[in-house]
Ligand binder design. Structure first.
Ligand SMILES: *[C@@H]1O[C@H](CO)[C@@H](O)[C@H](O)[C@H]1NC(C)=O
Ligand SMILES: *[C@@H]1O[C@H](CO)[C@@H](O)[C@H](O)[C@H]1NC(C)=O
Ligand SMILES: *[C@@H]1O[C@H](CO)[C@@H](O)[C@H](O)[C@H]1NC(C)=O
Ligand SMILES: *[C@@H]1O[C@H](CO)[C@@H](O)[C@H](O)[C@H]1NC(C)=O
Ligand SMILES: *[C@@H]1O[C@H](CO)[C@@H](O)[C@H](O)[C@H]1NC(C)=O
Length: 391
């Protein structure tokens, strides 16, 4: 155990398999944010002429290893077959979706409450997960073991966590008491001045690629941007607040992306909001990284308690427009062309029998995974036979 008494009195308990050791942190760059300026012939031939309405209509596999709602799904950054799933049953699972048959590699048990979120480190070696049990756990994603669990600084339910992409020694957490905290992954300590009170319950976090700006979404419909000071990487300052009026719904998911399409070259932020909206904001490149509402799409999402998620399609080169995908309360998965003014739904997947929650693409967009409130996970692949073989 480590006890740190400073001017900001902090008391941190570490439960670790290697209590005296620092966790070793990797530092590779993510490889999926490259978007070509024109469609190359190679890409055309790889993708073929897929009709938009044929995208991901093929059910590749159905997983049912979780006994309660699967709240979040994320493919590894650099491995197109490795999927992590978090559940209200208190466990996470790691799947290999491209073995035949698709397999569950491990069930990760340590949390004593529902798992609310998790993130892969940049090189996929570590997974950080958070729970209503007021802890954050770090897992070795190859040995499938728990390396360390750290208590929330305020002993509150932790509802979101995300690695700083350029420094995986830093995990940003958000809790039910409305605090965003910086956690030093290697030591398991909370550096002083690394906490900011936003208010409400923090449900979602996103970070830009250089790790300088963090967006925070809460259950009151606020999206707040925070700056992470580069020099000591711990100091958080508030920059800008957006209120998603008039009916302030909970912000259940935030995703950041540079360059969605050739038409939309500005960085964008995507937000699920529990007032039946999916919002798309343009991120200003000024220092305060303020947000301007660009588009809003009507999605069944009335209850903020339903933590619906959305994602940008990682590769856009084969389509005219730019595409995002979201879960919904009507059990469907919606594909939306964000460049269209009307008829923006380009596809709807109807495989789930109840409210859908998690959604994730693998990095080269050959597989889509979706999850629901009963704990079912569906793995979708593109229908085209050619694609099947090249998976
Ligand atoms: C991806 O993950 C699977 C399952 O853990 C592993 O067997 C495979 O070797 C990995 N592939 C790469 C390219 O790392
Ligand atoms: C985390 O703690 C280690 C060990 O004290 C220190 O070297 C490192 O700079 C810290 N990182 C941050 C981001 O505070
Ligand atoms: C970043 O932190 C350092 C050290 O705490 C401080 O001197 C500096 O003024 C900060 N920079 C900004 C831009 O806030
Ligand atoms: C992240 O945001 C900061 C502040 O707006 C900006 O200076 C930086 O360029 C952004 N990074 C990326 C990769 O967009
Ligand atoms: C996805 O990646 C694999 C190799 O990693 C490749 O064989 C396949 O063609 C890629 N598919 C697309 C659509 O880029």
């Amino acid at each position: 155990m480590f006890f740190s008494i400073s001017s900001h009195i902090m008391f941190v308990v570490l439960i670790s398999l290697s209590k005296d050791k620092l966790l070793e942190i990797d530092s590779l760059y993510r490889n999926y944010d490259v978007l070509p300026t024109s469609i190359s012939n190679t890409q055309k031939s790889m993708v073929g002429n897929i009709e938009e309405n044929e995208l991901f209509t093929n059910v590749h596999h159905i997983y049912d290893q979780h006994s309660e709602a699967v709240t979040m799904l994320k493919f590894a950054n650099n491995n197109k077959s490795k999927l992590c799933c978090a559940s209200n049953d208190g466990t996470l699972s790691i799947c290999d979706v491209l073995t035949s048959p698709p397999s569950v590699k491990a069930i990760l048990r340590c949390h004593t409450g529902p798992v609310t979120g998790f993130d892969w480190s940049t090189s996929d070696e570590l997974i950080a997960s958070c729970s209503t049990d007021a802890t954050i756990c770090f897992w070795d994603s190859k040995q499938y073991c728990c390396l360390r669990c750290v208590n929330d600084l305020f002993y509150s339910s932790v509802l979101a966590c995300i690695f700083n992409p350029i420094n995986n020694n830093i995990l940003i957490t958000g809790n039910k008491a409305g605090y965003v905290c910086v956690l030093n992954v290697s030591t398991g300590m909370y550096p002083k001045n690394g906490q900011v009170k936003i208010g409400g319950e923090i449900l979602s976090l996103a970070v830009n690629n250089s790790g300088q700006i963090i967006w925070v979404g809460n259950d009151k419909g606020d999206i707040v941007s925070l700056k992470l000071n580069n020099s000591d990487n711990s100091y958080l300052t508030k920059c800008h607040r957006v209120i998603t009026s008039p009916n302030r719904g909970a912000i259940t998911c935030l995703s950041w992306k540079t360059w969605i399409s050739r038409k939309a070259r500005d960085p964008m932020l995507l937000a699920n909001c529990g007032n039946n909206r999916l919002y798309l904001y343009k991120v200003s490149e000024n220092d305060d990284s303020s947000l301007t509402l660009k588009k809003q799409f009507i999605i069944p999402h009335t209850h903020g308690k339903n933590v619906l998620r959305s994602a940008f399609c990682p590769i856009m080169s084969f389509r005219q427009g730019a595409c995002v995908v979201t879960t919904s309360e009507d059990s469907c998965i919606y594909f939306i062309d964000i460049d269209k003014e009307s008829n923006y739904f380009i596809n709807k997947l109807q495989g789930h029998a109840c409210l859908t929650l998690g959604v994730s693409f693998n990095y080269n967009e050959t597989i889509l995974a979706t999850s629901d409130v009963q704990g079912i996970i569906i793995i979708w692949s593109q229908q085209c036979q050619k694609q099947e073989q090249s998976l």
